[in-house]
Design a protein around this ligand. Structure first.
Ligand code: SF4
Length: 343
């Protein structure tokens, strides 16, 4: 396994008791992972059923990591770090739980007679192609297992590392249904650098979309998050949809920022530092709910769909039918663990 080599570069210490006696904690001081601590654990199960799945477009997920070095300020998954007694702010960005046995476990679970071969969604909690994946290399084993069992799956990511596994994706797509999406909510570089500091740039993510599509792996774009007052002007929305269309995306799905507990505190502190003049407007907009008002969500959705039509986004193949997806309508009471995290 790829993580065998870690002992040469990481200082290993006892893992928190929370993770079990066989867990190992390593903190790195390399330029790539400076200040990042990995908690290597052996998970007991890897295919997880989504609570309240009837409201979600997927029922089963695989998440080989918890925490995410992409460090998006608005990330909904922050709260789940609290369940591990880890910090939901900077700790979420730097304390990464790695399920080192994920590929073996998945293969075993796919082979079980109880498993019915249902669709598995990845990247729905934290990004499976975050930087840690470059070190641990869990996804090739996961994709190979899904390919060998011809099990349908989808991946949502902000990571360019997915292109490393292009050949595996192609092999899987030859035997089963494979869907991919990247998330790009805006193009503004200053906004990107401050609110998604650990991610590849929006342009690089769209380049991923272009490459996947060019290699017969359909790739849609989750246009998320649309950030009120910072990334929602008609000009910004139009430029983003235009770039998404130019990347050959098969679909575009807008999703307005929502601020659930855990993400809300972290985002509002960021807002106070970078855009203090907007704090009042956000407090008003998100006063009663984690979600922006319906009228605002509808306005954004309508505008994005208008631009999508203008730029002809959607045909799955030249001359094919348009495939503009229905707007995402988050349920106000969704359990936190079922949320897309705006990857
Ligand atoms: S939104 Fe996605 S990419 Fe960003 S920190 Fe959360 S899991 Fe990672």
């Amino acid at each position: 396994m790829r993580w065998d080599g870690l002992s040469n570069s990481g200082a290993a210490t006892a893992a928190p008791a929370l993770f079990g006696t066989d867990a190992v904690t390593r903190t790195f001081d390399t330029p790539e992972f400076r200040g990042i601590t990995f908690h290597e654990i052996r998970a007991r199960t890897i295919v997880n059923r989504v609570p309240g799945a009837s409201r979600m477009p997927f029922e089963w997920t695989v998440n080989p990591y918890r925490g995410c070095t992409h460090a998006c300020v608005y990330c909904f998954a922050r709260k789940t770090h609290g369940y591990l007694d880890l910090d939901t702010g900077a700790g979420f960005d730097s304390q990464i739980v790695v399920k080192v046995n994920a590929p073996d476990l998945l293969r075993r679970e796919l082979a079980s007679r109880r498993w019915q071969g249902e669709h598995i969604a990845m990247g729905t909690n934290v990004d499976c192609y975050q930087r840690a994946e470059g070190r641990y290399g869990l996804m090739p084993g996961i994709l190979a297992a899904l390919r060998d069992y011809a099990n349908p799956f989808s991946i949502l990511t902000k990571g360019t590392l997915i292109l490393r596994d292009l050949e595996l994706l192609r092999q899987a797509a030859a035997v089963t249904n494979v869907g991919t999406s990247v998330s790009v909510g805006f193009l503004d570089r200053e906004l990107w650098r401050t609110v998604e500091p650990g991610t590849p740039s929006p342009e690089r993510r769209l380049e991923v979309c272009r490459t996947l599509t060019a290699n017969d792996i359909p790739c849609g774009v989750l246009m998320a998050p649309v950030i009120p007052f910072l990334g929602d002007s008609p000009g910004q929305l139009r430029a983003t949809v235009r770039a998404i269309a130019a990347a050959g995306a098969t679909s575009v799905t807008p999703l307005v920022l929502h601020l659930r507990p855990g993400a809300r505190e972290w985002f509002m502190a960021w807002l106070a530092r970078h855009h203090p003049q907007l704090v009042r407007r956000y407090e008003t907009m998100y006063a009663d709910s984690a979600y922006a008002p319906k009228w605002y969500q509808r306005r954004i959705t309508r505008q994005v769909h208008e631009y999508a039509t203008e730029f002809g986004i959607g045909p799955s193949r030249p001359g094919g039918p348009r495939r503009l997806p229905a707007p995402a309508e988050p349920a106000a009471t969704e359990p936190q663990s079922t949320q897309l995290t705006l990857l």
